[in-house]
Design a protein around this ligand. Structure first.
Ligand SMILES: CC/C=C\C/C=C\C/C=C\CC/C=C/CC(=O)SCCNC(=O)CCNC(=O)[C@H](O)C(C)(C)COP(=O)(O)OP(=O)(O)OC[C@H]1O[C@@H](n2cnc3c(N)ncnc32)[C@H](O)[C@@H]1OP(=O)(O)O
Length: 238
């Protein structure tokens, strides 16, 4: 990802990510490493400006493109690794959680689904991804708190799989994971992957329109708009 300054996921970046994932699958990609050009941010999550005083049609397109991107990434037949070389809140954490393996550069960055702290709610499929990675108990604690984990905490709870000392080390560890996968029969590998992920995927696939409506209704609430405005101001003042 290369959208300065913080790889916030706006409609354009989501379209680019989705189209890349579609292309990789078509071209029978053998494996993908998702990382960031920024030296300190993997992705700042959804672009707040897409949710603040939105145009209804654009907001719908934004959300359905996010759904498409997640479905493609989460169900990809080829192996995927997130080399998390910077902070990774909210939607950034979702991207990392949707890969099969996570290597994060330590020690100073943070990762987590922090939505509750912002007065918004992590959608059920964000929550499912966290639950699948760290288990029911830890996911409930993390999501109700909107907890941002340090790299050490993330490793301890199973949110990431390995710590790297810098980006090059993260890429090297990610390549080791892909090398291990490349020795396996591809169809057997992807069938097992999809079987593990099917229930989570189907939950969104069967409820896409309801999920979209919930998002549009939620961001239309004056209280949510106020919370987003205050949050944007805090970020800008900083
Ligand atoms: C009852 C209802 C039931 C169900 C609900 C149904 C649906 C739910 C509805 C909605 C759910 C929506 C889900 C949202 C998930 C998200 O992803 S929300 C986004 C959360 N992201 C964050 O909280 C991260 C915010 N950013 C940061 O913490 C820091 O920027 C970060 C640590 C990433 C980097 O710090 P630093 O390097 O110091 O950079 P700056 O903070 O100085 O930022 C640089 C400029 O970038 C702007 N910016 C940062 N983040 C965002 C962002 N997410 N969107 C847009 N813009 C962002 C920041 O303002 C700075 O701009 P400036 O240069 O000042 O103009």
């Amino acid at each position: 990802m290369q959208k300065p300054p913080v790889n916030s996921l706006n409609l354009d970046l989501l379209v680019a990510l989705r189209d890349t994932l579609v292309k990789l699958e078509k071209e029978k990609c053998k494996g993908m490493i998702l990382t960031s050009e920024s030296p300190s941010v993997f992705s700042a999550g959804l672009d707040i400006m897409e949710m603040y005083r939105p145009d209804h049609n654009r907001a719908r397109k934004f959300w359905t493109t996010l759904q498409d991107t997640w479905i493609k990434l989460y169900s990809s037949p080829y192996p995927t690794v997130a080399a998390i070389n910077g902070h990774s809140p909210a939607g950034g954490c979702l991207l990392a959680l949707s890969c099969e393996y996570r290597v994060m550069v330590g020690p100073k960055f943070t990762i987590g689904l922090n939505e509750t702290q912002l007065g918004i709610v992590a959608p059920f499929w964000f929550q499912d991804c966290m639950r699948n990675a760290i288990g029911e108990r830890q996911a409930e604690l993390a999501l109700t708190l909107g907890k941002m984990f340090s790299v050490d905490e993330a490793l301890k709870v199973g949110l990431i799989d390995e710590i790297a000392k810098d980006k090059a080390d993260a890429i090297s560890k990610a390549e080791d994971f892909l090398d291990e996968q490349s020795g396996l029969p591809a169809l057997a590998r992807s069938t097992v992957k999809v079987a593990f992920r099917e229930a989570t995927l189907n939950r969104l696939l069967k409820n896409r329109e309801a999920d979209t409506k919930m998002f549009l209704d939620f961001i239309s609430m004056p209280k949510v708009q106020q919370a987003l405005e205050m949050y944007m101001q805090t970020l800008k003042k900083k």
